[in-house]
Design a protein around this ligand. Structure first.
Ligand SMILES: [Zn+2]
Length: 247
């Protein structure tokens, strides 16, 4: 039986509060606790179209208290390379291709900001889904985070000292995999997206699990995972798994 994980991207003081509140109310209604990716120091100018929420950090603490999984979503969300790294979803990155020292500094500063606001991230995922081996090394050297939400596989797996919770879809859909993460950007959700999500939750809310529900086992990646990842990156036009995954 497939289990689903909800992931919300791009939480920061600069966000569409109405949309975020609406997603939160919907998830609360169905008892779904997502993984939420928080940008520690959001310098991505595309978010400046939203008014700054001075109460953001209180909200984030409230999410943590509700057992939402807290994730560090990069550091400043500014794309400074055209590398796609080891999860080549996009050809731009805040991390991939950068020297280890620079990546360590981002991890260290990001973690300090989240910690200062009372948050304990257990998960990391990079802006644009792009990171490389140095990102993993930086996380090892500068944090206790050992879980990555990203990459394509059939189920959670363990590799290079990290648990990878695969992230295969940009919107709710039935997929015949063991663990499926749906990645949403509340800022850009429209009526149709809310309707689709609500309908899916009405049918399948009981299949959603929270980060705190997961018992992580050191499963190795297998042939099926490799085949799926190959298909995902080579048949993307056909599978359209990343619709709307612009960030
Ligand atoms: Zn993002």
């Amino acid at each position: 039986m497939t289990r689903y994980i909800m992931r919300l991207d791009d939480a920061s003081p600069y966000r569409d509060i109405r949309n975020w509140d609406r997603v939160e109310a919907l998830l609360d209604q169905f008892g779904v606790r997502p993984i939420v990716g928080i940008i520690p120091d959001n310098q991505d100018q595309s978010f400046r179209r939203y008014a700054r929420d001075e109460k953001f950090w209180d909200r984030a603490q409230n999410w943590q208290a509700k057992e939402w999984g807290i994730a560090m979503h990069g550091y400043d969300h500014v794309y400074i390379s055209h590398c796609s790294g080891i999860n080549p979803v996009n050809a731009r990155s805040e991390f991939a291709g950068l020297p280890l020292g620079e990546q360590e500094a981002k991890i260290e500063k990001g973690l300090a900001i989240l910690t200062e606001h009372g948050l304990t991230p257990r998960v990391f995922f990079a802006p644009a889904h792009t990171f490389d081996h140095n990102t993993l090394l930086a996380l090892k050297n500068k944090s206790e985070i050992r879980i990555i939400s990203d990459t394509v596989a059939t189920e959670i797996y363990f590799r290079d000292g990290f648990y990878f919770i695969p992230q295969q879809a940009g919107a709710v859909r039935k997929l015949w995999l063991k663990t499926v993460t749906f990645c949403y950007h509340p800022d850009t959700m429209n009526e149709a997206a809310f309707d689709e999500l609500q309908r899916f939750l009405q049918m399948h809310a009981n299949r959603f699990v929270a980060l705190s529900d997961l018992v992580l086992k050191p499963r190795r990646i297998n042939l099926l995972d490799r085949g799926l990842a190959w298909a995902y990156f080579n048949l993307r036009g056909y599978l359209k798994p990343h619709k709307d995954q612009r960030m």
